[in-house]
Design a protein around this ligand. Sequence first.
Ligand SMILES: C[S@@+](CC[C@H](N)C(=O)[O-])C[C@H]1O[C@@H](n2cnc3c(N)ncnc32)[C@H](O)[C@@H]1O
Length: 371
Amino acid sequence: MPRLFDTKFPAGCRTLPDGFWSAVDVWVKKPHVVNKRLCGVRETDGGDVGREDLRLLLLLDGEDDGLFESVMSFLRGAPPAQTHEHEQDEPWASCVRTFIPKVNCYGAMLQKELVLKDSDRQQVTFLPFEEDSEGKVSLKRGNLYQIRLCSQSCEEWTLELHAFASDAWFSDGVAYPWLPWLASDLLPKLARWASECRSSEFRSTLSLLPVEKYSLVYQQLKEKYKAMVKVWPEVTDPEKFVFEDVAIATYLLVLWAEERAERNLTAPQSFVDLGCGNGLLVHILTNEGHPGRGIDVRRRRIWETYGPQTRLEEKAITPSDSFLFPGTDWLIGNHSDELTPWIPVMAARRVVAEHNHTRRLECQLISLSLG
Ligand SMILES: C[S@@+](CC[C@H](N)C(=O)[O-])C[C@H]1O[C@@H](n2cnc3c(N)ncnc32)[C@H](O)[C@@H]1O
């Protein structure tokens, strides 16, 4: 199969070939970083697979051997880069990812992808398939693609994109990206990630909760609060603020539900939002059953519209004894300006004050980055 597109790495890139695999991992585990129509993916079935496993996995057993052999030869695309003897077909390190779209456009049908990594050949192949509610799968043969790391010399590296049958490519921009997008957006991003190759010691924010639950609750809350966009009395952009606060509220509601289940709690967690600004986050969390309040040094016009159940106070917060918030479960600060570094200090002071002795503090700071 011919190469469709390629991207060159900067000369003297020292992070390859390891950086290639780190970049592939970002695309496999977090495609929503570049494909904004996805909420994320659920990854399953990791392990090594060989030719016969692949036949079973794709349910091509006997019924279409011609296709199976063509897929096999696509998988063997590049000659092995490693000098040691390469077993012809196997095994490939594999995983299956199930796409979770931001808006469910596929009904009960699951859009999945088998990802096969071939470290000898320095290539990764994506085999998309659909699974219906009875578990019957069908390969999207037009959308098979492969990304290869190629080197002319130790100094010159290129990323190549190959498609199994580009004439039959189907795109919807969600689980099936446009082929030119893979070339114009994904390849350069992979090249950048591969040359930066920064590994993070922090877990990603979305890894703290079940992405499918997040996606479902986000859809429900977006529908419920979208009317706010029309009556927004502030000068700020309503689309940005309403949907950003819906996303943050969703995150907290799902995280709190997980926390209650894990710790066997029944009461909804209480909160105080420090530097709450327009107060919409407080309004949504209150409406969804969590007792709490918001404090800001400057009142906003929109506060009047929420009704008395949404508790908002105009007050200047300082990291003093007057702001220890005893009995409150969560201190929230979203883009809270100079309050940001004070929040862990306030939390620590509160724990110390409540227990009347110093103890080792376990503090989890969650940095939210929601698309
Ligand atoms: C960037 S805004 C963020 C508002 C809101 N959290 C949001 O995400 O939309 C920061 C807010 O913190 C408030 N703020 C800053 N310092 C404060 C203080 N010492 N006491 C109370 N509010 C404060 C500001 O008035 C402002 O509304």
